[in-house]
Design a binder for this molecule. Structure first.
Ligand SMILES: *Cc1c(COP(=O)(O)O)cnc(C)c1O
Length: 393
């Protein structure tokens, strides 16, 4: 048997929907020595990480910690702990990830009402209000930043609306966290989950979650046991949030180091500055993509700075271009998911990768690749438009 060679991954610029490149400081933190998951020094790191998470999520919720798995585990954690068989849940469906929430809720035995909107469009609060009035659900689930379409759902007023109808609000903030404003307490969000590998600039493997007082009250009045052993908060919380620190599962030590470092970087930059940086780079990329003739799939005025989804031009083959970008330039962008498969490209400018060099590189590479398959483009127009956008006030 021959042994595979030493690991030597090719250099890539990860401009897809995630993972995005990890900040070098995060990778550095991950190479520091392991500690035991009950070591007093590690327990302190856990506490610091939780406090950093609260600060970055703008919440005081005691029950705030990272679930030991990717973003989907955060979704399951929120739904399995808040929903019991027979409970009514409304899910706003306008893209691939909201469809997943429907699946997860169904598996928990929820009676799901689907409120549908065209992919790429956002929901009108009045329509949501009408649905809450007629269905009277226990919870409403919505995706804040729909990564499959590039649309940013306005949710600042949604928590108040849900609470008028005694309904919990569960928010998928996997792609919004640390890229665009997310104000858990001010917006009255009851349960929120995210991930480590998008806006936070860490590797995939952790899913920050936070539960507010209303969600805590619902959990403490459950009549049935949580269906999932691994994600049952009644047990996990004794490790993360009580003085007991009872063993539940071995914390992924290096990932906690990574998350702590990623969050330190977020707080050093400052939330407002970070949101503004994502917006500035998005506007430059958008100017460039528009100059190349590409059109956004999400509704104007509701486009995600961190995930630019654009329609693939007529007659251009999706894979041919993505393969060129990857092999000739080392740039990864995303293809479409679900209804948008083969129809859109998704260009991420997330966390560490939201910077002018990413914008200029992807625009130049895209222009060259599109020209090679016969698309008519004025030379340099994409890069020039981005440059102009950066110099505009
Ligand atoms: C990426 C993503 C997820 C899933 O996260 P994983 O880390 O891949 O498990 C869920 N929701 C949205 C909106 C996402 O973009």
């Amino acid at each position: 048997m021959s042994i595979p060679g030493q690991l030597n991954p090719p250099a890539r610029l990860l401009l897809g929907p995630g993972p995005s490149d990890a900040h070098p400081r995060v990778l550095g933190a991950m190479t520091t020595p392991l500690l035991g998951h009950l070591d007093p020094f590690f327990l302190e790191l856990m506490q610091e990480t939780q406090q950093l998470l609260r600060d970055a999520l703008l919440t005081k919720n005691p029950l705030t910690f990272p679930v030991s798995a990717t973003g989907m585990a955060g979704m399951e954690t929120c739904v399995v702990n808040l929903i019991e068989p027979g409970d009514k849940m409304v899910i706003c469906y306008a893209g691939y990830f909201s469809h997943r929430m429907i699946d997860v809720a169904g598996r928990c035995g929820a009676q799901v009402t689907i409120l549908e909107q065209k992919w790429g469009q956002v929901f009108d609060l009045n329509v949501i209000r009408e649905t809450l009035k007629t269905v009277r659900p226990k919870a409403l689930g919505i995706v804040h930043a729909e990564t499959s379409t590039g649309a940013l759902q306005p949710i600042a007023e949604l928590g108040k609306l849900c609470h008028e109808y005694d309904c919990l609000l569960i928010v998928d903030a996997v792609t919004s966290f640390a890229c665009t404003p997310l104000k858990v307490d001010e917006w009255e969000l009851d349960a929120v989950f995210s991930c480590s590998q998008k806006g936070l600039g860490c590797p995939p493997g952790m899913s920050p979650v936070t539960f507010g007082p209303r969600a805590e009250a619902v959990m403490s009045s459950r009549k049935t046991k949580v269906q999932s052993w691994y994600f049952d908060l009644t047990m996990i919380r004794t490790y993360w949030t009580s003085g007991d620190r009872a063993y539940h599962h071995t914390a992924p030590i290096s990932m906690v180091y990574a998350l702590r470092e990623g969050l330190r970087i977020v707080m050093e930059e400052g939330l407002e500055n970070r949101w503004a940086r994502h917006l500035r780079n998005h506007l430059a990329l958008k100017a460039g993509l528009t100059a190349l003739g590409l059109k956004y799939s999400a509704q104007e005025g509701h486009q995600l700075p961190q995930l630019n989804a654009v329609y693939i031009p007529e007659g251009v083959d999706d894979l041919t271009i993505r393969k060129k970008l990857l092999t000739e330039f080392g740039i990864e962008i995303g293809g479409g998911l679900g209804d948008f498969k083969g129809k859109v490209w998704r260009i991420g400018l997330m966390g560490y990768n939201s910077k002018p060099s990413s914008v200029f590189m992807v625009l130049a590479a895209l222009e060259k690749s599109l020209k090679e398959v016969g698309v008519n483009i004025i030379p340099g127009s994409g890069v020039a438009a981005a440059e102009l956008a950066y110099s505009a006030k």
